[in-house]
Each structure stands twice: as C-alpha cells, then as structure tokens.
Write a protein of this length. Sequence first.
Length: 654
Amino acid sequence: MVNNNAYKQQRSCIKEQVEVCEGILGKGKRYIILLLEKMNVTEVRDITPEIKTRYRMMVDNDDSLSTKQKQSYRNAIEQIQTNYGKHNNRKLFEDTEKAGSGRGVYKLFSFLVERGIYDASEITFSVRMEYKNYIETTTGKAHRYELINLIDRVKLNNIKEQTSKSFGKGHVNFTESVVYLPYWPEYSIAYSFYHAKDKEAYVFDFTAKASMTLKLQVYSLLRDILSNNSNNVPDRNRRLLRPLVVFYRFCCEKEIEDIALITAQDVNEYRQYISDGSDSHKRLYFEILGYIRRFVFLTDKSIRWESNVWFLERMKFKDERINPARDIVSMSFDDIENANNCTRFKQFMKYESAVASKISMTSVRNVHYGIHKYLKYCDKSGIDATKAGKREISDYLNFSAAEDVKEETYNGWVLSLSKFYKYLWCKGMIKVIPIEFSYYYKETYKEHHDRSVQWTTVNDILNLLKTIPYHERLLFLNICCTGCRKSEACVLKGNAYRLDSTGVAWARMYQCKLRAEKEVPIPRILYDLMVEYISENEVGTDEWIFKNRKGGAYQADTFSKHMKKYILDAGIDEYSFKAHDFRHLIATMLDNDGVPIEVIRDFLGHRDSDMTREYIDYMQKQLEIKNKSFFAENESLAKLALEKVNEKNKDKRP
C-alpha cells in the first residue's frame, strides 16, 4: 500500500508540472503526461536525452496522431522542460530568451539544463558540437543554421557581459583546453568570428598529446595574431589563423616538440601535408611556417642560438655593419643533417655574427654560405667536420675548384673554411688544423668587362620612365645622374639634397660598402624633383626617402627586379637591366671628357684609382684614338724638325 501511494504521488508530481506549462492545450498535455508515465518519468527534471529520443519515437509511431499533432507533440517536451526549468534557472533562461525567440529558445534551454549547464559561461566548444548534432538529428535543414547560431549568440552575450566587467579584456591565460576562437574571452575578437562560414575550422586543441613547449609557442602566436590583426578580419582568418590551425595539427601528429628546432625534413613533410588544394591554398599554408619561426625566435626571452633559423633583426647589429637596402633577413641551419656539424656551425656563426663585431653582415652571410656548402658535402659523404683529415678536406676543395665559378668566389669558400677550422682549433674542438688552406687559393687576374649602357638603350629607358611608378623613376634618375650604387640610392635620406652658396646642387649619400658618406654634384633638375618629392611625401630629415611597405629602406633587389620587368614589357629585350652598368657609363663618360682619374675616383666613391680604372670601358678603343692623335701630331713635328735640319745643312754648304 505504501508503494502504491508513493507511485500515485509521483504520477501527481509529473502531472502537475506538465499541467502548469503554458502554450500547450489540454489534449496535448494529457497525451504527453500519459507517455511520460508509461516511461516511468516522475519529474520533468528526470527527462534525459535518451528519454526524449524514446518519447519522440513513440510519438512518430503513433498512427492515431495526425502529422501536425506529431510535430506539435514532438517539440512540446522541450517547451515543458523550459517552463519547468526557467523557475529554477531564471538567469540562463533570460540569457537564452534575449538571444532568440520561439521554439529555438525552448530547444536550447532544455538542452542546456538536461546537461547540467545553468550558466552561459559554461558553454564550451564540446557543448556546442553536441548541440549542433542534436539540432541536426531533430530539426529540418531549413531551421538548422538559425538554431545553431542561437547558442553562439547566447555565448557571445555572456562574453560581452564578462568583458565589460573586466574593463574590456577577458581572461586569456593559457590552459590545456580546447580553444574555440568564436568563444574567445574578449568580445571584440569573439564577435569577429560570428559571421564566419567555417567557424569550426578555428579550433586549437591544447588537450592534445604534444609538448608544453609547442603548445605555449602556438598559443603565444595565436594571442599575438588576434591582438594585432583586427583591421582586416577575412585576411587575418585566411592568411594566418586557418594555416596556423593546420600547422599546429601537423606538429601534434608528427610529434614536433619545439618550433625553433624544426628541420628541413620537417619542412618537406609539412609541404607534403598541405599538398592537397589549390596553388594559392598551398602557398598560404606554407608561408605561415616562416611567420611562425620568426615570431618564436623574436619573442623568446633571450636569443636561442640553438634555433635552426636565426632572424637577424633580433641581433641589434650596429648600423655600419648593415646595408639597409640589402636586408639579410635570416640564417638557416636546418638542412645540416649531422647534428655535431650543425652545432659547431651555429657556434662559429654566433662568434662571427656577434663577437667579431667589425665584420659587415654581407661578409658574414658569405662566410655562412661557404661553410654551409662544405657541411652539405659532409652530409653526403658521411663526414664529421671535427674528425675530417687532410684527405677529406682536400677532396672537397678540389671538388669545389672544378666548379664553374670565378676565382674570387672559390677563394672566398676557402677563406670561410679556413676561419671555421681556426675557430674549432682555438676552442679546443680539434687538436690541429688538418690542412694548410693557403695552398689551395687560386691566383686571380683582373679581367675587364665593358658594361657601359649604349646610348640608344639609355634613351629607350628614359622614354619608358613616364610609365613606371614615380618613386622608382626617381631612383633610376639618381643612379643614372650620379653613378651611385643602387643600394646607395635606396638609402638616401630626407636631408640628402642641398644647394650651396653658388647655386650648385649636391647630394649626400652613405656608401654602405665603404661605411662612409660622400657628397657629389647633381643636375639642378634632379635636385628640384627630389625636393618636391620629399615635401609632398612629408619625408623627415632622418627618414628614408624611398620606403618599403614596412617603412624600412626600399630594397635594392626589388628595384632591379621591377626595372627588368618594365624594360622587358616595353620590348627592350636586347638589354637586361643592371644598375651597376650605369656606374661604368658615368666613369667612361667622365674619362672621355678628360676628367682626371682622381676626380672620377672620388665621384664614384672608390678607395683607389686602380678600382676606378676597372670602371672605364672601351679602354682599348680610347688608347687607339689617343695613339693615332699622338703619332699624327708627332709625325708633323718630326717632318718640321727634319726640314729645319736640312735647311741648316744647306746653309753650311760651301
């Protein structure tokens, strides 16, 4: 009897809870109560997802119901849950109702309450995905998108509320959790993903099996991207975030523990990993690798010399060691397979870059290339550089000597290797220097090449100038009028031009190669053009006149690349642009006009006159002209002298 009374009370409980539900008619309520009682549901709070599934199956299989009744009764259970739950979870219901209306509110609210979620802050990516699956299995396609967006709006409103309480910044410290960017705890960032069509692509699973080093590196970069790329959201998502998701997934799968230690083999495997898709897709996903490696190197607490790629902007080199127009971005060690060789290489380059502080970075790069070339040979031959003897090194040098390169280039390789082994010896890594490197230097011979540009070509280029960008037009005019190096033209500053008291125009330029300034006279028209350009572009006295996109000095190689394209597009196919050719042209013109070699030397900025003579073209032709002139003049003089002698002898005759 006691059990029977308890059962009656339980039936009464579910009946009362359903009866008070608004929006459901009496017949519908009676039907729902009957079904729930058959499933032994005693209270609304006991309704689980499994019970809801069974309930819907029973409704769908009841042939006594019309199609309209089935649809109404199927959805009514969520309405009952909502009506019951909102009294105990008022805040969650209000948040849900604020984000939407109609039966979507009932669906979402009942779904959350069933899973013990009573605050919108508890909505996570996994909850969202479960809700999405629930909607896709219980709702027609026409309404799915809006219903799924509803949970995102509820979460966004909660993030907005939390962000306002924390003065605009949400809590973003790292935790090993799943990070879903549309739920990022800063409202402005989270909202930037609301209209994204592929929201689920922006997931970082920091619960995955991976090293903590890797996770922290990726998370730090993620925060940096989100904080500094809000102006162009589609570009940020396409160019940075989606590739970063893929790269992180790759690292987890390949068990890469530290981005700083990625090898060339890892890079090749990543290239294969992203091989599916369009060319633009593959390019974007591969470019992120350099972006990531640079960020990791630059943001470490101290310089990590063991990194496989060094980004030189971290080094803070003195200005005189750097050519701003020939930016050396990085040094790579990642393709040296022998670990010992790679470590010694890095140690030596650290010395060469940081300790030997008087060497220009261009020279350091050349040394890096020479040693890198040798160590790649060692990889192929299975040689440990610290154990290599005279025979192994001699074989390499003889192999290199047979290559089709200039003697100066080969000698540079020998010099690099000599410095490397002297360093190993000084550091006690080898007992003796295994070979006398000076024996292998090649004798060099100065060979003159006529490089002056033909005047017909010069005129063609001058006529072309009006069609190219103005800043590159002015760069060319500075080179053509002064014979300066293209790197010198690219680093001209806002205070480079002046008029002296006599009205002569001058240009002051820094010679990166000589680490010294020079000042040369220039045509007044060039002065006027440059002053006008500086004024119109508001160039400061200590700013670069010609800037790249990042505000640094315009790159010399970029200028050459563009000029070659302009000339080729204009149909001037008999000439491949080289800015240095115009130094030869200026030197040759000045020499033809009788300007002393010392003046030409100072104008071009050479250390000695012998170097200047190498720039004067058609020397043989000039010698022939001068020889003819000399002998023609002397022939006349000799004839006159002979006539005078004959006359004198004639007077002496008896």
